[in-house]
Design a protein around this ligand. Structure first.
Ligand code: DX5
Ligand code: ZN
Length: 223
């Protein structure tokens, strides 16, 4: 099944002194979701935003906010993120003991439930909860920082993820995150990804809106 292509600029790489302007630029360029990387300094060695960033984005944009939790005990963030207006909430299975319970709780709060797999985390973690996820996020770098290089082994993992999802009973977004840019997006798209997070490639570009259009074009989609 084809869902088309979704581009989700990661505001981790945005200029926070001009956040509203930059969000407006990517929205004009056709961005589909805004990706928010929440890091707690424990699951990954970096510290970023909380639910207040999601609430701020909801004030300045009508785009769905796609929240990526890189935190331990993601259960503590479900209610605050729902209240702030997150459309989807994704966490890593290593971060909590009861993965299925958290996925169900996220859905119960009206958000899409996502599971994120690090490069070294087997796909089997998702296979066990296939009926409970709306989104599978394949990390194409080790999480923690923007601006890292796409790991070449990722294309093969995306292919395997696509095969896994094709055998499932539900429609699940297949999102990739890390090192996505004009040179890597086509490979990830061909491998089966349908949703593309891009931080540095978008906000590091002279014209972030034009870069969103360019990323979509590289997937072979008319703009
Ligand atoms: C990495 C984050 C990514 C990051 C991607 O830990 O999960 O969402 O913002 O940044 P780029 O696209 O610059 O690799
Ligand atoms: Zn992310």
């Amino acid at each position: 099944m084809s869902r088309g292509v979704r581009i989700a600029p990661s505001i981790l790489s945005a200029d926070l002194t001009r956040l509203a302007e930059q969000v407006d630029q990517v929205a004009t360029g056709g961005a589909d979701w805004l990706h928010v990387d929440v890091m707690d300094g424990r699951f990954v060695p970096n510290l970023t935003f909380g639910a207040n960033m999601v609430a701020a984005l909801k004030k300045i944009s009508s785009l769905p906010v796609d929240v990526h939790l890189m935190v331990v005990e993601p259960e503590n963030y479900i209610a605050p993120m729902a209240d702030a207006g997150a459309a989807s909430l994704t966490f890593h299975p290593e971060a909590t003991i009861h993965v299925q319970r958290q996925l169900a709780a996220i859905r119960q709060r009206g958000m899409k439930a996502g599971l994120a797999l690090n490069p070294g985390t087997p796909l089997g973690r998702a296979e066990e909860v296939l009926d409970d996820i709306d989104l599978l996020l394949i990390m194409t770098v080790n999480p923690g920082f923007g601006g890292q290089s796409y790991l070449p082994a990722s294309d093969r993992k995306i292919q395997r993820a696509r095969a896994l999802l094709s055998g499932g009973r539900r429609d699940v977004f297949l999102e990739v995150d890390g090192g996505i840019g004009p040179d890597t997006i086509a490979g990830a798209h061909t491998a089966g990804a349908d949703t593309f997070v891009a931080g540095q490639a978008v906000f590091g570009a002279a014209d972030p809106g034009a870069q969103v259009r360019e990323l979509r074009r590289r997937c072979g989609v008319a703009t």
